[in-house]
Write a protein that binds this ligand. Structure first.
Ligand code: TXA
Ligand code: MG
Length: 316
């Protein structure tokens, strides 16, 4: 199969819609990372997503919607959930909410759970596609399972580290502005919990809610958000964290005043570091040498950046 790049204009969006309506998968830009989209109501389309990614079937997918009306057809929003959608949608926040029994979402999307992860993306091309398609799109990140997340169409279309040759098309809208996946919030025993740090800092969510998020301890054998499986986002090479300089043979990734062959952000800017994270990991991995990376502070977006780095460095 040849993977085509579609332009982010009316013609490209029409072509993407036609493929999706035929039960095919298409990689799409979002403000966080590229997603591999399929019609969330069509079990065959969803099965194609799992097959293209090589994803274990227990790992459920995020459903992307155009607007709040579409969201409420699939999930039950209580007042706390509505506070968060008012504050952060459209945007880099995914909510895990009770699935409506009559939602019509393919059970492969939720992996049989009675909850659904749902998000309204802010990227203008994703939004136009969702409006044109008029239905929910299931979309995990558009990388082979366990490999580095894709933040450009070139990452997605790469035949070795991406999905090139395994999917029919990528809607190409350049680099994703946020660069790390969405923050995931769910409820456990009625209390809001941070299931995955991401593009919206937990501190901002806590300020909107007026309460602390629970941080479930991560038992890798029973993940509450299976994206929390320890070895995830893995480059092919080994990765050494909190490095202040390269050892022999290493590719050094700097941050702030720690310099390197590459840098997340020479000025120590966390937004720039998040946006560049996966591009820099892809570049370092292409050099086929062990990788070392400078420390990144744990505050704000640093929580998401360090979460991804710890997983990328985990033994596998
Ligand atoms: O930014 C993002 O979130 C990107 C873009 C494409 O939207 N998507 C993304 O999807 O990162 P994915 O599939 O790579 O990560 C989704 C995470 C997984 O860790 C999955 O286990 C969790 O969401 N998840 C999905 N449904 C869930 C549910 N019902 N309960 C708990 N976790 C769920
Ligand atoms: Mg992913």
């Amino acid at each position: 199969m040849q993977t085509r790049l579609l332009s982010p204009d009316d013609q490209g969006i029409d072509e993407a819609c036609a493929l999706l309506a035929a039960g095919e998968v298409v990689a799409i830009p979002t403000e966080t990372v590229y997603g591999l989209a399929g019609d969330a109501r069509n079990p065959e389309a969803v099965a194609r997503i799992y097959a293209a990614k090589g994803r274990p079937s227990f790992n459920p997918l995020i459903v992307h919607v155009a607007d709040q009306d579409m969201a409420e057809r699939f999930a039950v929003f209580d007042s706390e959930a509505l506070v968060l959608t008012d504050a952060f949608w459209p945007g880099a926040l995914t909510l895990v909410l009770p699935l409506r029994p009559d939602a019509g979402i393919a059970s492969l999307v939720t992996a049989g759970l009675d909850t659904v992860a749902i998000r309204m993306p802010a990227h203008p091309v994703a939004h136009r596609l969702l409006v044109a398609f008029g239905g929910p799109l299931a979309a995990p990140s558009a990388n082979p399972s366990g490999r580095i997340t894709a933040t450009t169409a070139a990452h997605v279309a790469d035949p070795v580290n991406g999905l090139g040759g395994r999917i029919p098309a990528v809607l190409d809208a350049g680099a994703c502005p946020v660069g790390v996946e969405s923050t995931i919030v769910g409820w456990s025993g009625g209390r809001p919990a941070l299931l995955r740090p991401g593009g919206i800092p937990a501190e901002a969510i806590e300020a909107a809610l007026g309460q602390r998020l629970m941080r479930p301890s991560h038992d890798p054998d029973a993940p509450s958000a299976p994206g929390q499986l320890l070895s995830h986002y893995a480059p092919r090479a080994s990765l050494r964290l909190n490095a202040t300089g390269a050892e022999t043979g290493e590719v050094m990734i700097g941050f702030g005043k720690v310099s390197g062959d590459l840098t997340l952000s020479a000025g120590g800017d966390m937004v720039e570091a998040a946006a560049r994270l996966f591009e820099v990991l892809h570049q370092a991995d292409a050099m086929e040498r062990p990788i070392a990376i400078a420390p990144v502070p744990e505050t704000g977006l640093g929580a998401a950046i360090n979460d991804r780095l710890r997983r990328a460095a985990a033994p596998r």
